[in-house]
Structure formats: C-alpha cells, structure tokens
Design a protein around this ligand. Sequence first.
Ligand code: SF4
Ligand code: SF4
Ligand code: FES
Length: 246
Amino acid sequence: MGRQLKFEIFRYNPEKEGDVPRMQEYTLDETPNMTLFIALNRLREEQDPSLIFDFCCRAGICGACAMVINGRPGLACQTKTKDQPGHLILHPLPVFKLVGDLSVDTGVWFREMYAKTESWVHTNKVFDPTQEEERMDNEVAEQIYELERCIECGCCISACGTARLRDDFMGAAALNRIARFVVDPRDQRTDEQYFEVIGNDNGIFGCMGLLACEDVCPKGLPLQNQLGFLRRKMGITAMKNIFRKK
Ligand code: SF4
Ligand code: SF4
Ligand code: FES
C-alpha cells in the first residue's frame, strides 16, 4: 500500500477579480514511479480543474514545469514523489511574473535579458551561401554545445539571492549565455565590448558567488566555471581600463 501524499499548493489567479493568495491542501494516493507531473495532472483531473500549472515535454527538455518544490526550485516532471517527503509544499518560481498558481512567465524575462546582453553572434562577415561551411575545432564546438544545453527553466534565477533582491540582475542563465559567445570564435566582440554589457553590478560583479544557481540547475550546467571565467576576464579588463586612464 503506497503512501497518502499531502499537497499544500500556492493558489492565486491575478486575472480573477477578488482572488487572494493562499495555500490549498489536497491529498492523493501515491502510485509507483509517480512524478509531480503525474500527481498534479491527477489532482487537476480528479479534484480541482481550476489548478494552473505548465507542462510541455514531460522529459526535462522544455523547462516549462519548473516550480519551487519543498523550498527548492526544480522540474516537476523530473521529480519523483518517492524521493520527497509525504508532505509536498509547492510554490511558483519567484522573480518571474505570476500567470496563476504554479505557472509563471519565464519567456518575457529571458527575451528581455537576452536582448539586454545582446545574445547573438556579432560579426562583420557577410554570409556567402556559395562558400563551404567554416570549420570549428571539435573542442570549441563541444564547449559551445555544453553551454547551449540551458533549457531556460528559470530555476537558477529563482534560487539566486541577488536576482531576488534586484530585478535588473542578469542571473546565471544570461551570464552563461554570454560565456557561450565569448568562447565562440565567430563572435568578433572584444573584451572591452563584453565589459560594456556585463562588467557592472547588474552583470558579473553583482554575483555573490554562493552558487545556489549551479546547485539547482536540472541540466547540471557548469555555471560555477562560467561565472569564474567571466569574473576573471572582466576583472582583467577592468584593471586594463584603470591603467589606460592613468
Ligand atoms: S553564484 Fe551568482 S548567479 Fe549564482 S546564485 Fe549566487 S549570486 Fe546568483
Ligand atoms: S542554467 Fe540551468 S537552471 Fe538556469 S535556466 Fe538554464 S537549465 Fe535552468
Ligand atoms: S514538462 Fe518540459 S521540462 Fe518538465
């Protein structure tokens, strides 16, 4: 006989007039290999059709199902109930705009942050479709691939003390994305130009380095290495700027 799970779920629909934030309780019989994705769908189908939450891929790929599970940001579709206590407390991710209950809008945040950090390859080369593709070292291609594995779930941003205090802080996901362009040989930006974008308190110098971001990243991205890499690079650029002014 499986456990009877007790759920305490944050409820609030900002679109519903007169609605107030509250915690609502549900109980559900645990089944073998149950994930939070299965549990929440059963709660919605069997007990409360008004419950709002997001899912797309159910396979840890789309990042839509991120939420705070017993105080820790994580993906609901990748969380087995057997690995959790019988009492589950679920909140939406902080920092992002609340859509309703457990659903937040991470898309707008990422779009704005990527625009701010100019998250695209900057090159003066004119594309010539008749030319052969330019080759890239396997090692560099693998490094870029590793940093491209971010699924934009927002867990690292929600776990970040700085991002929670300051909504203009870029956060680990945006800084990781910048690191991706720094290692890309096609991007012709200089360290000076990167410094203009991330060499400030909203960027790499605002990071306190406590690495909650890496602890919660469901894709295991090497955020610690990337933040360290950017901090060293931007620190050297700052020193060069000081000596240049003298
Ligand atoms: S290491 Fe930096 S980016 Fe990561 S959680 Fe801490 S302050 Fe945020
Ligand atoms: S870096 Fe990790 S935790 Fe942050 S958004 Fe990307 S996948 Fe999610
Ligand atoms: S539903 Fe896509 S990551 Fe969970």
